[in-house]
Design a protein around this ligand. Structure first.
Ligand SMILES: [Zn+2]
Length: 122
C-alpha cells in the first residue's frame, strides 16, 4: 500500500512539474492539493497499521488468557494439565492458585494463598 501511495505521489509530482513547464498554474495548484491528500492518506494508513498491530496483540493476549482459564468440574477448578486450583481465589480475584498436595487426611489439598482445604478424590 505504501509503495502504491509513493508511486501515486511520484506521478503527481511529475504531473505538477509538467503543469509548471507548460505554464498551467491552475493544474499545478490542483496537483499540489492532490499531493497533500496523498500525504494525508499515508499518515492515516500508518495510523491504521499501528492500530491493527495493537489489536492483533490484544487478540493474542485475550486468546492466551482464555487458554489459561481453569475449567470447573465437581465444584473444583482444574487447569488444562489437570491440576486443581483454588476455587475461592479464582472466584474472588480470578487468581489461578494451584493447590498443594498435603496427603490423605481431612484435606488432600490446600490452597497456599488462602489456606482453604480441599478433599479431592483422584
Ligand atoms: Zn485460595
Amino acid at each position: 500500500m505504501n509503495n502504491l501511495l509513493d508511486a501515486a505521489k511520484n506521478k503527481a509530482t511529475a504531473i505538477y512539474e509538467l503543469a509548471k513547464r507548460i505554464g498551467n498554474s491552475e493544474l499545478a495548484l490542483e496537483i499540489s492539493d492532490l499531493k497533500l491528500k496523498i500525504a494525508e492518506i499515508q499518515t492515516d494508513y500508518a495510523n491504521l497499521q499501528n492500530e491493527n498491530r495493537d489489536l492483533k496483540e490484544k487478540i493474542r493476549s485475550l486468546e492466551n488468557d482464555k487458554n489459561e482459564q481453569p475449567i470447573l468440574k465437581n465444584r473444583i477448578y482444574y487447569l488444562k494439565d489437570g491440576s486443581p486450583c483454588c476455587s475461592g481465589c479464582y472466584g474472588k480475584d480470578k487468581k489461578i492458585i494451584p493447590l498443594s498436595y498435603v496427603g490423605i487426611g481431612i484435606a488432600s489439598h490446600i490452597c497456599p494463598a488462602c489456606d482453604a482445604p480441599y478433599n479431592i478424590d483422584n
